[in-house]
Design a binder for this molecule. Structure first.
Ligand SMILES: [Zn+2]
Length: 88
């Protein structure tokens, strides 16, 4: 493999790992509710309840997946597992 191809491969891997991605849920492509963009930055958010926090059981609360639209910044929340769509 040439140096150029090695560098391109490394860049592709970095983008695949860290860059914005498209996602699906139940085989439906996710689009931004505001602008219809398909590329999102994925994150996680705790769904803590006041009762569980009060008795020290924060660990028992669920986690939600957040998708922040790369175009307009709108954030959508999901409690089901999302599937990442390859960028190519
Ligand atoms: Zn958007």
């Amino acid at each position: 493999m040439s140096i150029r191809k090695k560098i391109q491969s490394s860049i592709d891997n970095l983008i695949m790992k860290n860059g914005p991605h498209r996602y699906e849920i139940n085989e439906h492509r996710i689009k931004c509710n505001q602008c219809q963009n398909e590329f999102f930055d994925k994150g996680e958010a705790q769904l803590n309840t006041a009762g569980m926090s009060f008795i020290g059981l924060d660990w028992a609360n669920k986690t939600a997946t957040t998708l922040a639209c790369r175009n307009c910044g709108f954030i959508m929340w999901f409690v089901k597992t999302l599937t990442k769509v390859p960028n190519r």
